[in-house]
Design a protein around this ligand. Structure first.
Ligand SMILES: *Cc1c(COP(=O)(O)O)cnc(C)c1O
Length: 461
């Protein structure tokens, strides 16, 4: 299996190259040159397996010869054996039309653990056999950071720098990063918002000299390996689904369009998914784009579902590539419009295909609170604000056969949840002591020079 960039389909890359590079040199995102498809028999066979076996069967299709079968199986096992659920991502029935896929049983209670645990092992495995080192700079709106810090702590060949917007993430999110004490990890608060952090990361990547010097790689959801790993739980969800496994809608709380894009790939591989539904808060660039055909960046607004306070959905470029019939020149044009004018417009047929594949909906702040309350009163389940947005979009559209991805544990957003139901959600026992531990954070201005010199200095130490 080879890969190319959404902005240049002439040049091909191996899996090893794309997982280490993260972002393509031309600014595009890597994508497999062809998505492997499965027969109905293959799919039924996969759906009878446990999580680790499904994971192995899917990943090997994308990684080919990169890892031996034993090494890959061991990495998968080591990644998921510590999850607090035997099935890794349990599917919980809420009512006849709705189930919730719990993706928060990993070490930092967010779905990002699923990809990051395995991604970190893959990168470390490659670096150690190549006898090389790399640094990772990642921007986080809250959950990526914790998942990255926990996954990469003490990996010998990697230095990790995490940038987060100061005072814009929850205390639990911050503590999941700041209480992990490992020499190879630096947690940096930035005076700015998430888009500022993401822009700093992009600028550093585009600085060739800098990124060569510190062997920069990216583990944000622009890294294809994360998307690939997230495909697994769409299969796991259907393997647990009781009833006819047909025409299932997946409703996905969406920020950077990574998680839902994994669902789109699962569908392309042959999984019987009906609609993929984009669920967002009032930062609804994707919903607006689906409805009007115009992708236009507004100022991002702080909400009670902060992991989705995002205006530039980086992974949307991967879908755009498909909507534009894999024409990388046209992708390049749209992205340069976005850079110049803060927006681009889909053509009629592109907008039409987007609508055929996806639906979209969004919730306001008080609607989110009401859903948390409603679900608690009717089912006794405590859901987090992001999951609530998924449930709310399900209710608004009266879908049948929905699975909402539950992207975080309620205890990650305890204040909002308490406001809704009057109960303060407790952390699962294993995570409890983060409130006792010393925090370790560096504060920097949203200034490229300051940040790049900090990173250069610490990379060589
Ligand atoms: C990251 C995150 C999202 C958004 O996921 P994307 O892949 O960026 O669309 C949604 N919910 C939670 C809790 C998250 O941490």
């Amino acid at each position: 299996m080879l890969y190319f960039s959404t902005r240049n389909t002439e040049k091909k890359f191996t899996f090893e190259e794309i997982i280490l590079n993260g972002l393509a040199e031309d600014g595009g995102l890597y994508i497999p040159e062809k998505i492997p498809t499965l027969t109905v028999n293959d799919i039924n066979r996969l759906l009878s397996y446990d999580y680790e076996t499904i994971a192995y069967e899917i990943i090997i299709k994308f990684t080919g010869q990169t890892f031996t079968s034993d090494v890959l199986k061991k990495m998968i096992h080591d990644s998921y054996s510590s999850f607090r659920s035997d099935v890794v991502t349990p599917l919980i029935k809420i009512d006849d039309s709705l189930s919730i896929l719990e993706l928060f049983h990993g070490p930092t209670l967010a779905f990002k653990d699923l990809a990051m645990q395995l991604l970190s092992r893959m990168i470390e495995e490659i670096l150690s056999r190549n006898k090389s080192k790399a640094s990772i700079i990642c921007a986080t709106s809250g959950d990526t950071g914790g998942a990255a810090v926990t996954s990469f702590a003490n990996k010998r060949n990697i230095k990790l720098f995490v940038l987060y917007p100061k005072d814009r993430i929850s205390e639990v999110q911050r503590r999941f990063m700041s209480t992990v004490h490992a020499d190879n990890v630096k947690v940096i608060s930035i005076d700015g918002n998430f888009d500022d952090c993401q822009n700093i990361v992009k600028t550093l990547f585009n600085d060739r000299e800098f990124s060569k010097k510190v062997s920069l790689t990216a583990v944000n959801s622009i890294n294809w390996a994360r998307i690939m790993i997230q495909i697994i739980y769409y299969f796991s969800a259907l393997s647990q689904y009781i009833g006819e496994k047909k025409n299932i809608n997946f409703i996905v709380p969406t920020g950077n369009f990574g998680d839902i894009f994994a669902g789109y790939i699962a569908k392309k591989m042959g999984l019987p998914i009906h609609k993929l539904v984009i669920a967002t808060n009032i930062n609804n660039i994707l919903e607006r784009c689906l409805k009007t055909g115009i992708y236009e960046v507004f100022e991002s607004i702080q909400t009670n579902s902060p992991s989705m306070d995002i205006q530039i959905s980086s992974n949307f470029e991967r879908l755009l590539f498909d909507l534009l019939d894999m024409n990388s020149e046209n992708v390049e044009k749209k992205m340069s419009d976005l850079n110049k004018y803060g927006k681009f417009e889909l053509g009629l047929s592109e907008a039409e295909s987007f609508k055929n594949l996806f639906d979209a909906g969004s919730l306001k702040e008080d609607e989110t609170i009401n859903i948390i309350k409603d679900v608690y009163e009717h089912t006794n389940n405590i859901i987090d604000p992001h999951t609530a947005i998924g449930v709310g979009v399900h209710n608004k559209n009266s879908y049948e056969n929905s699975i909402v991805l539950s992207t975080a544990h309620a205890a990650k957003f305890p204040n909002t949840v308490e406001k809704a139901i009057g109960v303060y959600p407790e952390l699962p026992i294993k995570s409890d002591d983060i409130y006792q531990m010393q925090e370790n954070i560096i504060n920097l201005k949203s200034d490229i020079d300051e940040i790049s010199s900090y990173i250069k200095k610490n990379f060589s130490e």
